[in-house]
Design a protein around this ligand. Sequence first.
Ligand code: SF4
Ligand code: SF4
Length: 273
Amino acid sequence: MQKIVVTGGKGGTGKSTFAVLLANKFVKENKKVILVDCDIECPNDYLLLGQKLIKSEDRVYAKFPQLDESKCQKCNLCASVCKNNAIFRVPKKYPRFLKELCSGCGACWIVCPYQAIEKRSEEIGKIFLNKINKNFYLFTGLAKPALEETSPIVRETKKFAKSFASKINADYIISDTAAGIHCPVIMALLDNDFAYAVTEPTLMGAYDLDLILTLCKKIGVLTKVVLNQADLGDKKKIFPVLKKFKLEIEKEIPYSKKIAKAYSEGQLLDVFF
Ligand code: SF4
Ligand code: SF4
């Protein structure tokens, strides 16, 4: 089973479109394909495939701190280790926990000398499964809004999809990351055979390509570059970045009205790649 991840530092370069078309290309070659939408804060592969997210297959939980005032000695050690500033210290009073800033890292309950911080389990996301056809399955991770840390949802969605892929003997798992270089993107990039970095021939495309290639290099992910809408901008803009990383353009996709129309109508399955 080959594990491929589709990424791109910049949003709107056609990363999800490429991931869906790549998956569909393999399906047309009679391969079994699992597509995993790891853009858990705003997944849209299901829209591109004309699907709906109706009933979740699984839920993702994380642990958050809850103060037991009967045990707390107001020492404020917990606040001093919280890197997220999620614990507000009030002199001579109990610390206050700010849920919106908490990542659930666990540092506070580990350091508390009086075991005054309990772990409260809370749902942070859902995992959906859509069967597109007998050889094509889509897994979608979806985070609850306003969470500080969402990479556990990416991790669990990938784990769930991988176990399903083993059961059906899938040929490919294709993960589609969010844009950017933050933690959920790193989580999606890990444990793959190689990555496609999708970019566009613009100055911003070049800048963000540099960021994502730097990240991939740091975490040891072999990366190939895909240039989308290759005939619309100035290709030369991304040449310095390619030179810096000793890479060439692996695939060029010209602007296509057919793809743009299919994208806007959620009918990418009909497009040949
Ligand atoms: S470390 Fe424990 S005892 Fe100290 S303030 Fe925090 S919760 Fe209370
Ligand atoms: S779990 Fe981590 S982020 Fe949350 S309050 Fe404790 S130390 Fe801060």
